[in-house]
Design a protein around this ligand. Structure first.
Ligand SMILES: [Zn+2]
Length: 266
């Protein structure tokens, strides 16, 4: 199915706006502030931000990344989150068309963006997102069994529950082994809950791919760079699990097929 460039730009613009809301979640959820009420303020001069200074991506460029009033630098994370949300929305619609699967992946992707940014800033993965995410993943597996290539709702539900159990259980075991090997806590329980949420939506095979191959490889490469270039020792694992999940959603079937051929010998 092909989707016209005009429609895709519309989806991209919608993604930018959703990204703008995700930014609010990223700043307010860890601070235990209300997400829906209250206008945004500059974090330094506390002046209310006018609507014309709050247009996704555009305002940041026009203001050259500074507050209109006090000229304080605006965090790079605002335009970054808006941009990746826009790209994610457009890419998902382009790849999966107008379907329930697209809706589920867009919700999962948006949750992963919020979780990754909070984990990156604060080294936590709040229960306020992961726990409802797990329930939602299981419910969506029932209503959109296509997510798991299943034709019946009960089949979808079963695949979702198994994905959640395998995703979280395996990561928990990896964490226990890691803590034992490195003599310090390798990852938190937040990561385990995150993978229950992810597993419920992407199923057993793709969640195995994320846990065993994609996230460890991405984490090791970036971790080494951060350690040697910036001396940063403690890095959050959430963003790598999220990145691995995005790779698995778009290219997982291909990678799994390639592995099977390799094992079976073509
Ligand atoms: Zn200001």
């Amino acid at each position: 199915m092909s989707i016209s460039p005009l429609v895709l730009s519309g989806v991209f613009a919608f993604g930018l706006m959703v990204g703008s809301f995700l930014n609010v979640c990223i700043w307010r959820i860890p601070a235990e502030e209300q997400v829906v009420k209250g206008r945004s303020h500059c974090r330094r001069c506390a002046k209310e931000i006018a609507w014309y200074d709050n247009i996704p991506l555009l305002s940041f460029l026009l203001l050259r990344g500074r507050c209109r009033h006090c000229k304080a630098k605006i965090s790079w994370s605002y335009p970054f989150v808006e941009l990746i949300t826009g790209i994610l929305f457009a890419a998902t619609v382009m790849h999966f068309g107008w379907s329930k699967v697209t809706a589920a992946y867009v919700i999962l992707g948006a949750s992963l963006i919020v979780l990754s940014m909070i984990d990156f800033k604060e080294m936590i993965l709040p229960d306020e997102i992961t726990l409802p995410g797990i329930s939602l993943g299981v419910i969506l597996s029932f209503y959109a069994p296509e997510l798991h290539g299943s034709f019946t709702r009960w089949g979808g539900l079963w695949a979702g529950v198994m994905g959640a159990l395998v995703g979280s259980g395996l990561l928990w075991i990896i964490g226990v082994i890691g803590t034992w090997l490195f003599k310090r806590e390798a990852m938190g329980f937040g990561d385990v809950k995150l993978m229950a949420m992810v597993g419920a939506m992407i199923g057993v095979w793709k969640v195995l791919l994320v846990n065993l191959i994609l996230a460890p490889v991405l984490g090791a490469v970036v971790g080494l760079v951060l350690k040697f270039r910036y001396g940063r020792d403690l890095i959050p694992f959430g963003p790598f699990l999220a990145l691995g999940t995005i790779v698995a959603i778009f290219w997982g079937d291909g990678i799994i097929g390639w592995y099977r051929n390799l094992l079976v010998g073509g």
